[in-house]
Write a protein that binds this ligand. Structure first.
Ligand code: SF4
Length: 154
């Protein structure tokens, strides 16, 4: 079961999108520099399709993208959320922030418009640092375009 602790509308996590970011709990990644250790525990409310719709409806006509932050313990469930959202709301783009270096085999790129990969390593910094190990990709036709350098110009 996917659970989330909170959600918010953000403007910088995905370039050129107004994004509803939903933070999942139960993170298994244990990044050494983690700034969100409260997300390691199994806590929060269940993230169902109807809950996704309820959150999106709160920002109808404003939000252009749904980003699920985390879910590495159950990528198949995250994939299912995106797959079903694609059929219900074709105008909403999808983004997944994974803390893994490689894409989970249970995530179908056809269900994603954006993908962030990489654990947070404090000595390398976040996406906005040119030294970062993390990458933010645009997904098009199953291929990945690295958008990470866009974060360094801001
Ligand atoms: S992916 Fe890493 S930084 Fe993000 S919540 Fe999990 S352990 Fe923390």
């Amino acid at each position: 079961m996917l659970k989330y602790t909170d959600s918010s509308v953000v403007f910088q996590e995905i370039p050129d999108e107004v994004t509803l970011a939903v933070n999942l709990s139960g993170c298994p990644c244990r990044c050494p520099g983690c700034h969100s250790k409260h997300l390691w525990t199994d806590t929060g409310n269940e993230l169902t399709d109807s809950e996704v719709d309820r959150l999106l409806d709160q920002h109808k006509g404003h939000v252009t993208c749904l980003a699920i932050m985390g879910g590495d313990a159950a990528p198949a469930e995250v994939d299912g959320i995106f797959a079903r959202l694609r059929t219900r709301r074709q105008g909403i783009r999808t983004a997944w922030y994974s803390g893994r270096s490689l894409l989970a085999k249970d995530m179908d790129l056809n269900h994603l418009d954006y993908l962030k990969l990489g654990p947070y390593l404090a000595h390398l910094g976040p996406l906005k640092k040119p030294t970062t190990n993390q990458r933010l990709y645009r997904v098009r036709g199953g291929t990945l375009e690295d958008l990470t350098p866009q974060f360094w110009r801001k």
